[in-house]
Design a protein around this ligand. Structure first.
Ligand code: SF4
Length: 457
């Protein structure tokens, strides 16, 4: 490994480590950047290993996300004190000055600039320029997100160690929910044109992946220049020869149309898994959040989906502690969740983000109440998860297997998003096999591969 002391020569970078915070979209974007480095001969190493360059792709939906990024930066510098550190993504866009104040950070790139990281290194290498290591980052590029109308078209064609790929088809959001900083960080909604989506999906299938997960900031608002909508994307991709599974990530409830539900239910290779952000179970709070549905509409969407797919997986994002949330509002959220067949919840604690309208609302909830409500909701989520897994036991379901721990077991996912574990059999990795789901353990199901049993019999 080259010794980097006072200065940094981009040409000396050999080992690059990546770490991602936040959503599936961010994961897909890290994979895109890592793929660029991989193709150019860099060695991709684990984030806990010594490296010449650390790339931290950040999230900024909450204060906690920011704090986690800062702690990861310090951790990387403890492992390799002389390494070059690039902090990129949403937090870099939102608060570059705060990141710049961390000793050891060299480069800060916003949500669009992050895709230029490799080019920047390559250009610097050619010009023989040498960056000085700290105290202040040499380059800080975080632009006004309002300018962002482009759609990064570098495809995520491979993801290290994964059997499914997050395909980014959409970015940005025009919804303007009162608590959310994302539209001002990632800009307005835009879509990757359908022909490009199809091309990328085709390449992913040719690269041997079995499952594509469609991702974006507000995927349900997908609209390309030829007026193709999300349903057109789903229709085309589910007809793609060789694609065994297509999964939708989050879709806003107001965008889950009857036609889309029908299509998901009809096509066997579209996963029976819906993730519908709920955020709250009180209409009063939903109104203050400027969400585009009310609980009656949400319930209707779920009930209609379950008429068509009674064994579907159903996930939701739920927020506690929005300004003005009373005990009664919180109780409404719990009651609402109790009444629907959720299989998991992503529980978020409201985080006051400067630049959002909710930051100036009266009635900010105190930290103890945040904590208590968050705990109650996490417990509820756990119980809902267990009930869902219990409903699966005794069934035979197709499972797509991932690498597992490499010794004792393999993990995989059913199409309705139950995690399944079987004894280690390497030949099953990246294969879809029917599995008898035998019993629930903490957070997953133990199963037996049906086909193997039959062959052995
Ligand atoms: S839909 Fe609302 S919560 Fe989701 S990214 Fe857009 S503004 Fe944020």
């Amino acid at each position: 490994m080259p010794k980097i002391e006072e200065t940094f020569r981009p040409s000396e970078v050999k080992r690059v480590a990546f770490h991602t915070f936040g959503c599936k979209l961010n994961q897909s974007e890290t994979a895109t950047i890592a793929h660029q480095f991989d193709e150019h001969g860099y060695e991709i190493v684990d984030i806990d290993d010594p490296a010449d360059l650390y790339v931290i792709n950040t999230c900024t939906v909450t204060h906690k996300a920011d704090a986690k990024a800062r702690s990861q930066i310090r951790r990387a510098l403890r492992i390799s004190p002389d390494a070059f550190v690039a902090v990129v993504g949403c937090y870099a866009e939102y608060n570059p000055e705060e990141i710049a104040s961390i000793k050891g950070v060299d480069l800060i790139l916003g949500v669009e600039e992050k895709f230029k990281l490799l080019d920047m290194l390559a250009n610097e290498s050619k010009g023989e320029r040498v960056w000085q290591k700290n105290p202040t980052p040499e380059i800080m590029l975080a632009c006004d997100a309002g300018d962002y109308r482009s759609m990064e078209s570098t495809p995520t064609l491979e993801m290290e160690g994964k059997t499914r790929i997050f395909l980014k088809i959409q970015d940005g959001c025009d919804y303007n929910c009162s608590f959310c900083i994302i539209p001002s960080v990632r800009g307005g909604g835009r879509a990757l044109p359908l022909p490009q989506v199809v091309d990328q999906a085709q390449q992913i299938v040719e690269n041997g992946y079995k499952e594509i997960v469609l991702t974006g900031v507000n995927t349900g608002t997908y609209l390309d220049e030829n007026e193709n909508q999300l349903i057109d994307v789903v229709q085309r991709l589910s007809g793609l020869p060789g694609l065994e599974r297509l999964r939708l990530s989050s879709v806003e409830p107001d965008r889950m149309s009857d036609d889309l539900r029908q299509l998901i239910a009809e096509r066997p290779n579209i996963c029976a898994h819906l993730h519908l952000p709920l955020q709250h179970g009180s209409n009063r709070i939903l109104g203050k959040m400027r969400r585009r549905y009310r609980i009656e509409r949400y319930r209707e969407v779920v009930e209609r989906a379950f008429e068509l797919m009674p064994n579907a997986g159903l996930g939701a994002d739920v927020m506690v502690g929005f300004p003005g949330e009373t005990d009664d509002d919180f109780a409404k959220t719990c009651q609402f969740i109790e009444g629907l067949p959720f299989s998991y919840l992503h529980v978020f604690t409201y985080s006051r983000r400067q630049g959002t309208d909710a930051a100036s609302l009266d009635g900010q909830v105190d930290p103890q109440t945040h904590q208590r409500r968050s705990f109650v909701l996490r417990q509820l989520s756990k119980r809902k998860r267990q009930e869902f897994l219990d409903r699966q036991t005794g069934r035979v379901q197709d499972v797509l297997f991932e690498p597992g721990d490499g010794r004792t077991f393999l993990d995989g996912w059913t199409d309705n998003y139950a995690r399944v574990r079987v004894p280690y059999q390497p030949e099953l990795i990246n294969e879809i096999h029917p599995v008898r789901l035998e019993r629930r353990e903490e957070g997953h199901l133990l199963g037996a591969v049906v086909q193997k049993q039959m062959e052995a019999a």
